[in-house]
Design a protein around this ligand. Structure first.
Ligand code: TZP
Ligand code: MG
Length: 219
C-alpha cells in the first residue's frame, strides 16, 4: 500500500483548529495540499480544542480534503476517532496508549507513527511495529508548551545510524531555512506546524520546504 511508505522528502504538515490564527483551518489545509504536502496530521489540542461530534465532523472534513489530493490523513493520539472514521494512520507519543497495543488495534495496514527522543525509544517503537518515528524537538518550539529540551540534529543522526532503514521525521521549530540541516542529518521528512499554518502564503511556504531538500541534499 503506497500510503504506508514515508520517503524523502516528506513534508508532513500538522495542524489543529488553534494553529491557524484568524484563518479558517480548512482553507489553510487546502492551500497546504495545493502546495504539495505529503502527509497531514490532525492534532487538535489546547483550551478551545474541538471535542465530540464537532471534532468528528472537522476530522471528516480534513480527511475528505486529504483524499482529494491523495495525501495520507493521520490522527494524533485519538485511536478511537481514527478507527471510527477509518483514518489512514495514527501518531502517538510516549505518554499515549502503548504503540504495540495500538498496532494490534489498527492492524498492519494503517500508518503508525511514534514520537521518540532517544535511540532507546526508537528501538521500542520499531519493536512495536511503528512505520516511522517523529524525532524532536529538533529546534526550540513555541507551539508545544510541554515540549522536551531540543535534541538538535544529533537525535536524528543517532537514530539513523542505528536504524538506517527506519523513516525519521524531524519535528520542532523547523523552517524552510533550517530544514536544510534536517535533511542533511538524514531525515526522511520534516513535520511542521507553525511555519506552515501561520505563513502568509501557505502553498508557497510548502514549496520553500520542498526546495530546502535540494539544498540539504547537497550538504
Ligand atoms: N512535538 C515536538 S515539537 C512539536 C510537537 C508536536 C511542535 C512543533 O511545532 P512547530 O510550530 O513546527 O515548532
Ligand atoms: Mg500524544
Amino acid at each position: 500500500m503506497a500510503l504506508k511508505f514515508i520517503n524523502k522528502p516528506s513534508i508532513y504538515f500538522i495542524m489543529g483548529t488553534e494553529n491557524t490564527g484568524t484563518r479558517h483551518p480548512l482553507t489553510v489545509l487546502k492551500e497546504a495540499l495545493e502546495g504539495g504536502i505529503s502527509h497531514f496530521q490532525l492534532r487538535e489540542k489546547g483550551q478551545f480544542a474541538l471535542t465530540g461530534d464537532e471534532l468528528k465532523q472537522f476530522a471528516k472534513d480534513c480527511q475528505q480534503l486529504c483524499r482529494a489530493y491523495g495525501v495520507p490523513f493521520i490522527i494524533n493520539d485519538d485511536v478511537e476517532l481514527a478507527e471510527e472514521i477509518n483514518a489512514d494512520g495514527i501518531h502517538i507519543g510516549q505518554e499515549d496508549e502503548e504503540a504495540a497495543a495500538v498496532r494490534k488495534r489498527l492492524g498492519p495496514d494503517k500508518i503508525l507513527g511514534v514520537s521518540v527522543h532517544s535511540v532507546q525509544e526508537a528501538a521500542e517503537a520499531v519493536g512495536a511495529g511503528a512505520d516511522y518515528v517523529g524525532m524532536g524537538p529538533v529546534f526550540p518550539t513555541y507551539t508545544k508548551s510541554d515540549a522536551k529540551k531540543p535534541a538538535g540534529l544529533v537525535g536524528i543522526l543517532s537514530v539513523k545510524s542505528t536504524y538506517p532503514n527506519l523513516p525519521v521525521i524531524g519535528i520542532g521549530g523547523i523552517t524552510p531555512e533550517n530544514a536544510e540541516n534536517v535533511w542533511a542529518a538524514g531525515a526522511e521528512g520534516v513535520a511542521v506546524i507553525s511555519s506552515i499554518a501561520q505563513a502568509e502564503d501557505v502553498a508557497h511556504q510548502v514549496k520553500l520546504f520542498s526546495h530546502s531538500y535540494k539544498k540539504g541534499a547537497l550538504k
